[in-house]
Design a protein around this ligand. Structure first.
Ligand code: NAD
Ligand code: 2HG
Length: 529
């Protein structure tokens, strides 16, 4: 059989040599395809190799009758509809490490360019101006660099900035004191990074919870004269808010490699002299392009020759014999993890999993991986899957202990997960109820019965008359319908917990008002998809 691999974005020719030399692979390079042409030829394609320009939508995937694998020559898979790919049984692979160095170097280039206004000075001189006063810069030495997202690229940037004798602080939900110490940086909260930095650089993925992470409110809190760098993803910064912050001299300069819409030809940020910009060049080096192309080419070959791929993004691997017994608990275990991570306000250090019931006669590892995936995905996004979840947790210093116990509490099978953070610990139990599906049955020693899906509001309050009515009225005022409500208390008049499922998420104002009620001392909102 000959497999056709279609390449739709500019890619290193040297990097795809392994594909071109393979006897069973036919490589078609078409960087010039219109969307219509791509839709016409996609039914005959077995593998698609892309960078970030090609949008692989659900509609395209639905037409791709023979497509078996999508390879992303780079890190971010946000141009690929992963859910649609998974639903159609199409494997997605990427090259998560191959362009780290180049992206970090580009960030450092941006840092220097901002500090010394090199692009602006260069443009001015080429216009035959000799204007030395206009381009007085600042030194990096002694300044604070705030890194938001200390993953692969963030850590490399930190390492280089320390070399420039900068003080480096970072916020990452998985950054421990020990890791900070090892890297020679200061772990901090998001607010501390925002408030104390002279330069702020972003290195998170674009996710639900990182969208507009730097918004008007964040800019307001920053030091006047701060510099901003984004070589991660457009959309993490609210571009309107950034424009305003530059216009009002809050932000002295911004270096942008990525934009909410690319190319950003309509963005007014490009009109500002304080903004320096590159057209998504973070990974555009000979080395990175060759590395990413080689890495994904080998994974395509591995896939078509029946070998295990190295960088899967959306696959799961479950031993056959465990499938029948444990597979029904997959969704439950992932949702328990998703639920728990919404409760954490600080760094997760340890996760203990307790399994009881007949399913413990089988391998429960797939359930553990699913739970960890649920926990990590909130901050790491779609890169986390069953295959790499434990590895990614281990990389972040999170200890994981799997236990089989006999504490069934009347259920057929029971999963209990304990998540320990630096300051607190949380515990959740879930089971499958005959005919009713997954249920959360215990939360931090409170007995509950909740279907783990949709919008959930967890309210910690004092056990006083009238609280339930106040909450109901308040949500009603915001047109939020309560689908279910459960209340439990530690003792009469003591601490109590209210768990609501609601038909739509609470907006910021509603949440704020809820938190300000005197009887309430904490509120968490949880969205389970
Ligand atoms: N400009 C380019 O050409 C280019 C090249 C490579 C990668 N990238 C992008 O750079 C980004 C980082 O890539 P990476 O390989 O370092 O990824 P990574 O997964 O190794 O690191 C991302 C880090 O962000 C952290 N994070 C998630 N949510 C956060 C939040 N709300 N606040 C703070 N930290 C949070 C995660 O815990 C993780 O440690 C990605 O968006 C990637 O797509 C851009
Ligand atoms: O393909 C590119 O050049 C972009 C790569 C980069 O954004 C990534 O996420 O790896």
């Amino acid at each position: 059989m000959i497999y056709t691999v279609l390449i739709t974005d500019p890619i290193s020719e040297d990097g795809i040599q392994p594909l071109q030399l393979h006897p069973n692979i036919d490589v078609v390079i078409r960087n010039d395809l219109t969307e219509e042409e791509l839709f016409t030829i996609i039914p005959n394609i077995h593998a698609l190799l892309v960078r970030s320009q090609t949008n692989i939508t659900r509609q395209l995937i639905e037409k791709a009758n023979n497509l078996k694998i999508i390879a992303r020559a780079g890190v971010g898979v946000d141009n690929i509809d992963l859910t649609a790919a998974t639903a159609h049984g199409i494997l997605v692979v990427n090259a998560p490490h191959a362009n780290t160095n180049s992206a970090a170097e580009h960030t450092i280039a941006m840092l220097f360019s901002l500090a010394r206004k090199i692009p602006q000075a260069s443009i001015s001189l080429k216009q035959r101006e000799w204007n030395r006063k206009a381009f007085i810069g600042v030194e990096l030495k002694g300044k604070t660099l705030g890194i938001i997202g200390l993953g692969r690229i963030g850590a490399e940037v930190a390492f280089r900035a320390i070399g420039q004798r900068m003080r480096v602080m970072a916020y990452d939900p998985f950054l421990t004191e020990e890791k900070g110490e090892e890297l020679g940086i200061l772990p901090a909260s998001l607010d501390e990074v925002i408030e104390q930095s002279d330069f702020i650089t972003i290195h998170t993925p674009l996710l639900e919870n990182t969208k507009h992470l730097l918004d008007a409110r964040a800019f307001q809190k920053m030091k006047t004269g701060v510099h901003i760098i984004n070589c991660a993803r457009g959309g993490i910064i609210d571009e309107h808010a950034l424009y305003h912050a530059i216009q009002t001299n809050k932000v002295a300069g911004a270096a942008l490699d990525v934009f909410q819409v690319e190319p950003p030809f309509h963005s007014n940020l490009l009109d500002l002299p304080e903004v320096i910009a590159t057209p998504h060049l973070g990974a555009s080096t000979v080395e990175a392009q060759e590395n990413v192309a080689v890495e994904v080419s080998h994974d395509i070959i591995r896939f078509f020759t029946g070998k295990v791929v190295q960088n899967p993004v959306n696959v799961s691997s479950v031993p056959k014999e465990a499938m029948n017994q444990v597979a029904p608990y997959f969704t439950l275990s992932e949702r328990l993890g998703q639920f728990l991570i919404h409760l954490a306000d600080d760094v997760v250090e340890e996760i203990n999993l307790f399994y009881s019931g007949p399913f413990t006669n089988f391998e429960v590892g797939p359930l553990t991986r699913n739970t960890i995936k649920g926990i990590l995905q909130r901050h790491l996004g779609e890169q986390v899957n069953h295959v790499n979840a434990l590895y990614l947790a281990d990389q972040r210093g999170i200890k994981i202990n799997e236990n089989k116990t006999s504490s069934l509490k009347g259920f057929t099978n029971l999963i209990t997960i304990e998540m320990i953070t630096k300051q607190e610990s949380f515990r959740i139990s879930g089971t499958l109820l005959d005919g009713l599906g997954p249920r959360i049955v215990e939360l931090n020693d409170y007995q509950v019965d909740i279907f783990p899906k949709g919008n959930i509001v967890l309210i910690y309050h004092h056990d006083l008359p009238g609280v339930i009515g106040k909450v109901g009225n308040l949500l009603g005022n915001y047109q939020i319908n309560i689908a279910t409500m459960q209340v439990d208390r530690s003792n009469l008049g003591g601490e109590a917990m209210m768990l609501l499922t609601v038909d739509k998420p609470l907006n910021v104002e509603c949440l704020h008002t809820l938190k300000s009620l005197t009887e309430i001392y904490n509120v968490k909102t949880i969205q389970l998809i």
